[in-house]
Design a protein around this ligand. Structure first.
Ligand code: C2E
Ligand code: CA
Ligand code: CA
Length: 757
């Protein structure tokens, strides 16, 4: 599921980024296209404007030709002049030249040019560069489209007509016409030039592939010139059917428009007075179509959307997963209440804000009895029912109820400011919990003992408050008072041992026990012989506790069995680690009377060895003499079983108590550990020295190794050597320390000044 979500996330991200990138790319391409189109449209409309502008300018220049004025200053009739019968013989050729000169510039575009009298009679006409025979000149051109408008304009102005069919060539033309200035008074004539529409088309033709340029007549919205279609003389102008660009009539200059799969740029051709044409030049390119044409097209969009969808799905998945993980980690699986972790978080949040908070802990009296007699399932039902009731009890307040584990609960209550409200709440809790519950048809009821600590009065951190509430609870339990608020005088009181027991059991489960090691060495060779496992308890509030602070209590409550198992486990694990590192050393584990009188103990130890691939020679069991007094028969069986498996048996603290060597005969003992008190007196007390010498000799005669404990200095060490003791252990040789940091090297004997013997 997790992998699936990750894949979803990755694909989603990929789709979104690619989709966006595609969108950007497409948009760029579109902008490029538009820019290109603008440039092209601008240059096309300039070409058209230039074409017309040049035509007008040349028309004006031509009209000033002396030939035209000379024409009227020459005597004779019009006919005589036309035929060259009067005046200068160069007159008519110079008129024709003036008309033809425009053609030099417009080459193929000039259809015809004419010089027409005010009466409408043609005086001279040049068609495609050739003068027309005087016989063929038209007598009346008054209805020519340029005729009247040209006469109406002032001098110097040029009229440009709408397209029409040339009488001379039958081609579609536009004409420019202007009055001839023959001196003061009315003009006697006009000159006009006919430029082919095809010439206009060629002028605005673009070589850019795919670019189509059309001229639209703004008066009727018809396409009159299409760059892609030559304007043949025998065809109607433009396409009489093509009104597809009619929208241009209402367009602005420079407007861009997408229409029917094309992108168009509209340019209005320049107009000035006297121009009958009102044209728009439209440049068009085909727009990319299909799913990738635009950033908003189906292609990029569907990519982005499906990517977002996947992202959304994966995020929802992650959030759900995260929420449910978070919730699961903070929920008690059995009762659905909050668990220990949740309670801690909530309490710490409140405490961080320096709010008042009552920490109320309790466990059920006689719960173990229900479990033992009715079974675990019945116990679970009971816990669930009580949890339900507790939830209802605190519901109306901002209070929180959580299960700490087993039959332990906690209530984090607000608004508990005085002893009276504590009393009220506790009595309600007691009533709620001790109300009987029917489990599997059996009516059961349990009691409860409650301990309370309040912030800030009894502490400001959760650890302290919880511990003090615990102390109060054990006092309540021991005194059978139902509930108890913490106060300074409580800790050493009646509840201390119960408290310690509960804490220790919890602590073991939470991995708070640590094992340190102290090696013993061969006195003669200095070689390490074995290392002793020494337990420490890393208490969350009280810090690192030495065994003297909890082992005696653990022995009296029975928790020692859990301690021994945990130490054995950790010690053997460390042996395995050392072994893997090439160091073979046996470990000595201290066991208590209760361990040894437990019939299953031997099996447990052997199983622990076998599970790690170790033999009995990797382990020594250290027992005090008192152990052997408790239940000699069971102890005998257990020790024989261990001895047979090769596990060493050491008598610890020898010489401190009963000092009976009887045990050395009865049990399969392999080692004696001379008590510290005996060893430390060696160098000062002759009696101790004699006692040690005697013990060593006895032990050796029975084949038992002698180990001296608590060797703190060189003098003691040397004395032990003199007395024939086999091994030594103590701060002088090595202080206890954590296994991973332990150096298992040999002990180097120092040469010391001889001390008092
Ligand atoms: P022990 O079995 O006699 O262990 C030796 C104790 O003497 C250790 O104290 C060790 O730190 C201390 N010691 C070592 N060298 C010297 C020295 O040169 N001078 C002095 N004055 N002391 C030295 P620790 O670790 O505090 O253990 C105290 C006792 O707690 C142990 O006495 C043992 O009886 C008991 N104990 C320790 N670990 C366990 C355990 O895992 N299970 C049980 N049941 N008892 C344990
Ligand atoms: Ca010991
Ligand atoms: Ca000892």
């Amino acid at each position: 599921m997790q992998r699936f979500r990750t894949a979803l996330l990755a694909v989603g991200l990929l789709l979104v980024t690619t989709g966006l990138a595609a969108g950007v790319f497409v948009e760029r391409a579109r902008q490029d296209l538009d820019n290109d189109l603008r440039l092209n449209a601008a240059s096309r409309v300039t070409a058209v404007d230039d074409f017309a502008e040049r035509a007008r300018a040349l028309t004006l220049v031509a009209s000033h030709s002396a030939a035209f004025t000379s024409f009227y200053r020459t005597g004779g009739t019009r006919e005589q002049r036309i035929r060259g019968e009067v005046g200068d013989p160069t007159l008519m050729p110079s008129v024709h030249t003036a008309l033809r000169d425009v053609g030099l510039i417009f080459r193929d575009s000039l259809a015809g040019a004419g010089f027409i009298d005010r009466s409408g009679a043609e005086n001279a006409v040049v068609v495609r560069g050739h003068p027309v025979d005087p016989k063929n000149l038209a007598p009346d051109r008054t209805d020519a489209p340029f005729f009247d408008p040209a006469f109406e304009l002032p001098y110097g102005a040029v009229y440009q007509s709408r397209p029409y069919r040339s009488e001379a060539t039958d081609e579609w033309v536009i004409s420019t016409a202007t009055k001839v200035d023959a001196g003061p008074g009315v003009s006697p004539a006009v000159v006009h030039f006919e430029l082919t529409v095809e010439g206009v088309r060629v002028a605005m033709y673009s070589v850019r592939p795919g670019l189509r340029v059309r001229v639209v007549d703004l008066l009727d919205g018809r396409v009159i010139i299409d760059s892609t279609k030559p304007q043949y003389a025998d065809r109607p102008l433009g396409d009489p059917e093509d009104y597809s660009l009619r929208w241009v009539q209402t367009s602005k200059d420079g407007e861009l428009r997408s229409e029917a799969g094309f992108r168009h740029d509209v340019r209005l051709a320049k107009t000035s007075s006297g121009i009958a044409t009102s044209w728009a030049v439209v440049a068009s390119v085909q727009q990319p179509t299909g799913p990738w044409a635009r950033p908003t097209s189906i292609g990029p969009m569907s990519m982005v959307f499906s990517g977002l969808l996947l992202l959304g799905l994966s995020i929802v998945g992650y959030a759900r997963h995260g929420r449910s993980m978070h919730r699961a980690a903070r929920t008690d699986y059995l009762t659905g209440l909050r668990n220990r972790m949740a309670a801690r978080e909530i309490a710490e949040t409140h405490l961080a804000k320096q709010r008042e908070l009552a920490v109320i802990v309790f466990d059920l009296d006689r719960f173990k009895h229900v479990n033992d007699t009715l079974g675990h399932h019945a116990g679970d039902i009971l816990l669930t029912v009580i949890a339900q009731r507790l939830t209802e009890l605190v519901r109306h307040h901002d209070d929180v109820v959580a299960r700490l584990g087993g039959d332990e609960f906690i209530v984090l209550a607000h608004g508990i400011h005085d002893d009276e409200s504590v009393r009220v709440l506790c009595e309600r809790l007691i009533r709620t919990i001790s109300d009987s519950v029917t489990v599997n048809g059996v009516e059961v009821s349990v009691g409860v003992s409650i301990g309370i600590a309040r912030a800030p009065k009894h502490g400001t951190d959760y650890g302290t408050l919880l511990q003090r509430a615990d102390i109060a609870m054990y006092v309540a339990k021991a005194g059978r008072t139902g509930w108890q608020t913490y106060h300074e005088g409580l800790a050493p009181g009646d509840g201390a041992e119960l408290l310690m027991d509960a804490e220790l059991r919890r602590g073991i489960a939470a991995g708070q026990l640590e094992v340190h090691f102290q090696t013993s060495f061969d006195i003669v060779t200095g070689a390490p012989t074995r290392t002793e496992a020494l337990v420490r308890w890393r208490h969350p509030v009280r810090g690192l506790l030495m065994p003297g602070h909890f082992i005696p209590q653990a022995e009296s409550t029975g928790a020692i069995e859990l301690v021994t198992r945990d130490v054995l486990r950790q010690a053997l694990d460390q042996v395995v680690v050392w072994k893997a590192g090439g160091q073979h050393i046996a470990v000595a584990v201290n066991v208590s009377a209760q361990d040894v009188i437990h019939p299953g103990f031997g099996d447990h130890v052997i199983a622990a060895l076998t599970a790690r691939g170790l033999t009995g020679s990797s382990l020594v069991i250290e027992l005090t003499e008192s152990v052997l007094l408790t239940d000699p028969d069971v102890a005998d069986a257990v020790l024989r079983r261990l001895g047979a498996a090769g596990v060493g048996i050491a008598i610890d603290d020898f010489g401190a108590g009963y000092a009976s060597l009887l045990y050395l005969r009865r049990y399969p003992v392999s080692m004696l550990k001379l008590d510290r008190s005996l060893v430390q007196g060696l160098s000062s007390s002759a009696t101790d020295a004699a006692l040690v010498r005697w013990t060593v000799e006895m032990a050796h005669s029975l084949g038992v190794t002698c180990v001296a404990e608590g060797v703190e200095n060189a003098a003691t060490f040397e004395a032990l050597a003199d007395l024939g003791c086999d091994e030594a252990q103590g701060f002088y040789l090595q202080a206890p320390g954590p296994g991973p940091e332990m150096v298992l090297g040999a002990f180097t004997r120092q040469t010391v000044p001889a001390g008092p013997r």
